[in-house]
Each structure stands twice: as structure tokens, then as C-alpha cells.
Ligand binder design. Structure first.
Ligand SMILES: *Cc1c(COP(=O)(O)O)cnc(C)c1O
Length: 404
């Protein structure tokens, strides 16, 4: 049976105080907290295995290499990629997207179309704008509606034989909307284009089957899935990763170097220049182990309970408006209170030990759509409780009283 109070004991940070109050951590869409099981792996690595990998004949180097490559296989199995070499370690989602965007510079021509959605994080907008500037390709945008959903009939109209690339997030970080990626992937392939799914918000809640989805690229960060910062992955289908040129040059990514010509290493090393975040990669694997022992079905259904409870309780507060009202969403509640700036609410909540996000959440186009400067965002995780939501509700009422 799922027991959040029991699970909370795995997270040392959840028992600390902030401003004299027990921490209520509702900023999970920005980064998740780290369980002791993952912290132990990090400590164990630096206590027992720390060495550079892949090129050492000595025991430590071989053991570190084994742990790092075993973690890659864990990641492959978790996401059901066909081959381990289709999993490229990166520093995170942003690095992964830039790797693909850079690679496509060589594959796009002037006038080609690339399609993005109105619901994207800046890191899934800006690299593609830069790509368009380099190549003369044209950026098209799938519009959203007032519920914070993508308008699929408009997407259908944007697709043509000029479309070369489509990139959308699986779940919006600002609103929590779950996008219909199965449909988007199928339609994209019908016009012969490639598709990248930004999974930074979905990997913490949904265990995707990448082969069943038949997606060309899927990217995510470990730090939103109970892992450390500074590590993530780029999944690409083998055929695409072979086609794309490397992003960075350096050690590890070469086969042979002479001053006349350098030949690149095979996958995955072609995209992994330099000494990687070895400990981070190993801890990424440990984080997935941890999440899998709790189970993604249990996580999804409990978080949904929190979403329903939180939505009901928050809407009881007069003047509170929720942005992102799709039927298909994760446990993210983005809201404002009439006449009060989101930043001011966030500041008062912090005094009460409650961590929420305020601002545009790296998704300014969404805020422009609603004509607001930003929102207050409370994002829940499986280690949060209804009792914490009650504390949030009381906190908002207090903030409202102080500010209006
Ligand atoms: C967090 C996030 C990113 C960026 O991830 P980084 O770890 O900062 O690189 C991109 N897209 C979405 C949807 C996100 O939530």
C-alpha cells in the first residue's frame, strides 16, 4: 500500500525547517528532492570508486567504467530503448536539445519548416530559433487554447512535406498539461519528419516505452527524477544518431586523431566528449531504481489524488484562478489571486516554510497568451501529503489577507 508518510523518511531534506517552520516543498517541477538511497550511491562512489573511465587499465578505472556503463543499461531498460548505445549521457535536457539542434544544422535547408508548440520551456524554443537563424528554416508554432491544451486541428494544418522536425514537450512544466504525443508522433512520421519529445516533466511521473512510442529523440534530466543535477540523457534512434554530426569535439569522442583528419568514435561516445559526470550517471541509474521500487503506477495515481484534492481546496479561495485546466494534467497547479502579484505571494509563503515557484517558469509565451506576468506554481510529488496542501491553503489565505 502506498504510504507517503513512510516514503518521506527516505528524504532527509524533508525533515528540515525553513524560517522556523517545517519545510513544505512544492517546487518539484523545478527539481525533485534526493532520497538517501541515491545520496548513499554518490557517497559510495567518491569513497570507493572515483577514477576516470574508459581509458584506464587499473582496477579503480575499470570498476568505475563498469558502474557507469551498467547505469546506462539501467536507463536503456527503464525507457525501453532498443540499444544501450542509443542512450547518450548529457548534462541535462538543455544540453540534449542543443546536441540535436546543432546536429540538424547540417540536415536542414532554407525554407524547411520546423514545428514547436506554444507550451514549450525556453530550452525547447531557443536552440531551435538559433538553428533556424543558421539554416534559414522557418519556425511554426502549434497554438494553445484557454485550458492550456495544444490545438491538434491547427497542428494538422501546419504539417506538410516541408516539415522536417517537430519538437514538443510531453508535459508542460508551467501548466502540467499532458500533450497527446502518440498522435503528434504518428502525424509527424506521416510527413516523413523527425520528432523530439522533451520528457523533462514526464519522466518523473510516467514510464515511457520509447520503442512503442516510436519517437526519434527523447530527452530528460536526472534531477527531476530524484537524481542529481548536471546529468541527463539524450535518447536517439540509432539511425538518427548515426546521421547527426557530433556536438562537441575533444577526448573520448574520437577514434583516431591526426592533424590531417580525425575520425569519430562510434555510438554513444561520439556525443560524449570529455570526462563525463561519472558519479552523476551512476546516481541517475540509482534514482531510476528507487522510483521503480515505488512504482510508476502507484506514483501516478497518488499524485493524481493530490492534484484533485489541491485543485478543490485552492478553488475554495475567493479570487483564485487556476491556469491550465486540461482534463489531462499532472499534479501542477499554476494560479494567481486577483490583484496580487505572484512574487508577493511566493515571498510570504516562503516565510511560512512553503517552497513554490513564482514567475514565468521559463515559458514566457504561455504567460503572454494569458496576458499575465507569471503565476504561482505549486507542483506536487509522491512524497507530498494532503496535510501539506492544507498548510499551503492556510498560507495563501494569510498572504491574501496581508496583501489586499
Ligand atoms: C526543466 C525543464 C527543462 C530544462 O531542463 P534542464 O535540466 O534545466 O536542462 C526543459 N523542458 C522542460 C519541460 C522542463 O521542465
Amino acid at each position: 500500500m502506498f504510504n507517503a508518510n513512510h516514503i518521506r523518511k527516505d528524504f532527509p531534506i524533508l525533515s528540515r525547517k525553513v524560517n522556523g517552520k517545517p519545510l513544505v516543498y512544492f517546487d518539484n517541477a523545478a527539481t525533485s528532492q534526493t532520497p538517501q538511497q541515491v545520496i548513499d550511491v554518490i557517497v559510495d562512489y567518491y569513497s570507493n570508486y572515483n577514477a576516470n573511465i574508459h581509458r584506464g587499465v587499473h582496477t579503480l578505472s575499470q570498476e568505475a567504467t563498469d558502474l557507469y556503463e551498467q547505469a546506462r543499461i539501467k536507463i536503456q531498460k527503464h525507457f525501453n530503448a532498443k540499444f544501450a548505445h542509443e542512450i547518450i549521457y548529457t548534462s541535462g535536457t538543455t544540453h540534449s536539445i542543443n546536441t540535436v539542434a546543432n546536429g540538424f544544422s547540417a540536415l536542414l535547408a532554407q525554407g524547411d519548416h520546423v514545428i514547436v508548440s506554444a507550451l514549450e520551456h525556453h530550452s525547447n524554443i531557443v536552440p531551435w530559433q538559433m538553428l533556424c537563424e543558421r539554416t534559414g528554416a522557418i519556425l511554426k508554432v502549434i497554438p494553445m487554447n484557454a485550458d492550456g491544451e495544444l490545438v491538434m486541428s491547427e497542428f494538422d494544418k501546419l504539417l506538410s512535406n516541408k516539415t522536417k522536425l517537430v519538437f514538443v514537450n510531453h508535459i508542460s512544466n508551467a501548466l502540467g498539461t499532458i500533450n497527446p504525443i502518440e498522435y503528434i508522433i504518428k502525424k509527424t512520421h506521416e510527413v516523413g519528419a523527425a520528432i523530439l519529445i522533451d520528457g523533462a516533466q514526464s519522466a518523473p511521473h510516467i514510464k515511457p516505452d520509447l520503442q512503442a512510442l516510436n519517437v526519434d529523440f527523447y530527452v530528460t534530466s536526472a534531477h527531476k527524477i530524484c537524481g542529481p543535477t548536471g546529468v541527463g540523457m539524450l535518447y536517439g534512434k540509432e539511425e538518427w544518431l548515426k546521421k547527426l554530426p557530433p556536438y562537441q569535439g575533444g577526448g573520448e569522442m574520437i577514434n583516431e586523431v591526426t592533424f590531417e583528419k580525425t575520425t569519430y568514435a562510434g555510438l554513444p561516445h561520439k556525443f560524449e566528449a570529455g570526462t563525463p559526470n561519472i558519479c552523476g550517471g551512476i546516481a541517475f541509474g540509482a534514482a531510476l531504481d528507487y522510483m521503480n521500487t515505488i512504482g510508476f503506477d502507484a506514483i501516478a495515481s497518488y499524485e493524481n489524488e493530490l492534484l484533485e484534492y489541491g485543485t478543490k481546496k485552492l478553488l475554495e479561495i475567493e479570487g483564485l484562478k487556476i491556469y491550465g485546466t486540461s482534463q489531462h494534467k499532472t499534479a501542477v497547479i499554476s494560479f494567481n489571486i486577483k490583484g496580487i502579484h505572484p512574487y508577493d505571494i511566493g515571498t510570504i509563503l516562503d516565510k511560512l516554510g512553503i517552497a513554490v515557484r513564482t514567475g514565468h517558469h521559463c515559458a514566457q509565451p504561455i504567460m503572454d497568451f494569458y496576458k499575465i506576468p507569471g503565476t504561482v506554481r505549486a507542483s506536487f510529488s509522491f512524497y507530498n501529503t494532503k496535510a501539506e496542501i492544507d498548510i499551503l491553503v492556510e498560507g495563501i489565505k494569510k498572504a491574501k489577507m496581508m496583501l489586499s
